[in-house]
Design a protein around this ligand. Structure first.
Ligand SMILES: Nc1ncnc2c1ncn2[C@@H]1O[C@H](COP(=O)(O)OP(=O)(O)OP(=O)(O)O)[C@@H](O)[C@H]1O
Length: 269
């Protein structure tokens, strides 16, 4: 797997994607590429199919047509072992963090380590504590249960678990939803810092305009069953589509823009 990661192909790409549930077509002829090292924000109206797209790219839903490639390889051509290796390269933070309520933060982070490695218990604990530190949680949170944590801390704990196997790709489903503006800003900054520290490529489904302005290198717009545009925010804002106009010309957008969010781009194309 690491050999594939070293090649120049984009970490993830969908071409001509068709997804549907019965007669309900969700995506049709959808093309989407995530370039190495970038943070891409995926936006679209409610029910436009952002979560289904994320699940399809994660391999949780098989598309009815088209192809999903990981590091240039068609998912369908990969062996079980290769798929498993690729799955380990992708960290996912679902909404709400999806932590096990009966496990402490440290135990939650150890779950994927135990499942996918043969590391001794002591080392797994050390690695978990490192991740706790990386996401900005205090050391004592290691032995707390999810119910002992604030919403923001739970997100960070979920993030620590999604980073347990040192993925190269990180998928975030509305990471700042439910956080107050200060917490959301801090979380954005954390993602930005981790992207640089861990050489991550990040796909973020979001409704949060502040996040788009602050940390996304590109913004992909899912409308009319396909990605209409995936480009720098300045270009996306000028895209001629009723949903895009409504989204970016509203008062919340103007407030986010004037708040001075500036993209700290590293990999942009
Ligand atoms: N398992 C499923 N079975 C049938 N239809 C589904 C299933 N999952 C999603 N859908 C449908 O697919 C469409 C897209 O849903 P999806 O959750 O991807 O939207 P979304 O863009 O993520 O919306 P939101 O922003 O509101 O979360 C919806 O019409 C939804 O009802």
């Amino acid at each position: 797997m690491k050999a594939q990661i070293k090649n120049d192909a984009p970490p993830m790409e969908a071409r001509g994607l068709l997804t549907q549930f019965g007669a309900n077509v969700i995506h049709e002829n959808l093309d989407f590429r995530i370039n190495r090292g970038e943070i891409v924000g995926l936006v679209g109206g409610s029910g436009s199919g952002k979560s289904v797209l994320m699940n399809t790219m994660l391999g949780l839903k098989e598309p009815e047509g088209g192809v999903v490639r990981y590091f240039g390889e068609d998912r369908r051509d990969l062996s079980f072992e290769e798929r498993r290796a690729i799955n380990n390269e992708i960290g996912v933070l679902f909404q709400g963090g999806a932590l096990f309520s009966s496990l402490t933060v440290r135990q939650n982070i150890i779950v994927p380590l135990r499942e996918h490695t043969d590391l001794p218990e002591e080392l797994m604990c050390e690695l978990a504590d490192m991740k706790i530190h990386m996401v900005g949680l205090p050391p004592e949170s290691a032995t707390l249960y999810p119910s002992d944590l604030s919403g923001g801390m739970r997100k960070r704990a979920g993030l620590a678990r999604s980073l347990a196997l040192d993925p190269s790709l990180l998928f975030l489903d509305e990471p700042t939803a439910g956080l107050d503006p200060i917490g959301a800003h801090a979380f954005d900054e954390l993602i930005l810092g981790l992207r640089d520290a861990m050489n991550l490529t990040v796909l973020m489904v979001t409704h949060d305009l502040d996040s788009l302005y602050a940390i996304c290198d590109r913004v992909a717009v899912l409308v009319d069953k396909h990605i209409a545009i995936a480009d720098k925010l300045e270009k996306v804002q000028k895209y001629d589509h009723p949903w895009v106009k409504e989204y970016f010309d509203g008062p919340r957008s103007r407030a986010a823009m004037s708040a001075g969010g500036k993209s700290k781009t590293k990999a942009a194309n």
